[in-house]
Design a protein around this ligand. Structure first.
Ligand SMILES: Cc1cc2nc3c(=O)[nH]c(=O)nc-3n(C[C@H](O)[C@H](O)[C@H](O)COP(=O)(O)OP(=O)(O)OC[C@H]3O[C@@H](n4cnc5c(N)ncnc54)[C@H](O)[C@@H]3O)c2cc1C
Length: 388
């Protein structure tokens, strides 16, 4: 029976990030993916590589600083996949945050990111407002411009997996994890390789199965602790009207932040927050979510057609709780099977942007369960290229 130092369950951005980090650290690693690379949330995000300006309001400075650091790295390592993009925040009389608050937030964002070119921000001069893709200028008090980055989430996931494979990582796909039993020196793992039952042994496991994390844990013996989560879908629509100048960060009538983004010659608008009932794989955009996003687009770009060409829903994994979904932490949570001697770590939530740091953290938690190996590379210096 084949043996691997590390088994990774799931090939979304976190699974491939862990595979890359493990292969770079010299470990033998097998990744199992039940559907396709980036088949889950990692192809249905807002496709932003960003610090997350709005997380400053909830005081998550560490998370924002880490994400801005990762953004800087990805801009260097993956120039074909991650592009610095101007972001615009328009302010009208009814906008909740006043210009001074936005200026304060952007100053803090710039400080956390390091005072580099990509962290500068400014007010867009009034005589340039008519160049903002037809943005509503009636009542416009000011518009701020700052910089963050856009990517193609699925292409980024594929690029990280290719990097892992170039360092020796194995990938089985479609291959569904169906069970693991912990023994003295590691795990015996069962999976379906296509339709065929297969098994292997592994010293350690990372459960990176996203919205299915707790279903996967239910197949592990002895049964590990489970972190209570809520699944919340975020829908995006693609509208048949291009935005070309950058990303617009606007406020919906219910005061939620919504992005209008250039996407393949059209505009991508998102997102929503709707509880998911039942299987995450069945999450689909709801008519009310589509209408809500269309309405936001029409409010800010009244002269553009808002015909919806496409829509998709990604599933967030958020800690259960009583606070509003909007205020729950978007940072990754790491849960070991045994806090004293972890041999399995589950990753809940997290950000596409911070996948490299998240992967490094999960792997570090398993250091004692893994053998000593000669390091092959450092993921902070591995270029990521677009192959398709
Ligand atoms: C609407 C939305 C917008 C977002 N926008 C952004 C953004 O702009 N920027 C940002 O940084 N972050 C963003 N995020 C967060 C980010 O997209 C996610 O945190 C990230 O994609 C999750 O990746 P993952 O690998 O954990 O999960 P997933 O991508 O869902 O991957 C899990 C994988 O596990 C596989 N799997 C499940 N069970 C099994 C099994 N039994 N055997 C084998 N494989 C299995 C699934 O098929 C799936 O491919 C957004 C999230 C949402 C929901």
């Amino acid at each position: 029976m084949p043996h691997y130092d590390l088994l990774v369950i799931g090939a979304g951005i976190h699974g491939v990030g862990v595979a890359q980090a493990a292969a770079a650290a010299g470990y033998s690693v097998l990744t199992l993916e039940q559907t396709a690379l980036a088949a889950g949330t990692s192809s249905k995000s807002s496709k932003l590589i960003h610090g997350g300006l709005r997380y400053l309001e909830s005081g998550r400075l560490g998370m924002v600083r880490e994400a801005l650091g990762e953004r800087g790295l990805l801009l260097k390592l993956a120039p074909e996949l991650v592009r610095l993009t101007p972001f615009y925040i328009p302010i009208y009389p009814a906008t909740r945050r006043r210009p001074w608050q936005i200026a304060l937030g952007l100053s803090m964002y710039a400080l956390l990111g390091g005072l580099t070119r990509e962290n500068r921000f400014a007010r867009v001069p009034r005589n340039e407002w008519n160049q903002l893709d037809g943005l509503e200028t009636t009542g416009l008090q000011c518009a701020f411009r700052y910089y963050d980055a856009q990517t193609d989430d699925a292409a980024l996931t594929r690029a990280v997996m290719r990097s892992a494979q170039a360092l020796g990582a194995d990938l089985r796909l479609p291959a569904k994890f169906v069970g693991a039993r912990r023994g003295e020196s590691g795990w015996r793992v069962e999976y379906l390789d296509g339709a065929t039952a297969a098994s292997c042994t592994a010293s350690a496991i990372v459960n990176a199965s996203g919205a299915w994390a707790n279903e996967v844990l239910a197949q592990v013996a002895p049964r590990p602790p489970i972190f209570p989560v809520e699944l919340v879908q975020g829908t995006h629509i693609v509208v048949d009207a291009p935005t070309t100048r950058g990303v617009y960060y606007v406020e919906a009538p219910d005061r939620r932040a919504v992005f209008v983004m250039p996407w393949r010659g059209k505009s991508l608008v998102g997102t929503t927050e709707t509880p998911v009932r039942g299987d995450a794989a069945a999450a689909r955009p709801q008519p009310a979510e589509i209408a809500y996003l269309q309405d936001v687009f029409r409010r800010y770009f009244p002269d553009k057609p808002a015909r919806v060409l496409e829509s998709f829903a990604g599933v967030r994994v958020l800690p259960s709780g009583n606070s509003s979904v909007f205020q729950r932490s978007r940072g990754a949570v790491f849960l070991p099977d045994d806090p004293r001697r972890p041999r399995l770590v589950t990753i809940y939530g997290g950000k596409l942007t911070s996948h490299r740091a998240t992967a490094a953290h999960a792997l570090a938690m398993l250091a004692d369960a893994l053998p000593r190996r000669a390091v092959r590379a450092d993921s902070a210096t591995l270029p990521l290229t677009k192959a398709d």
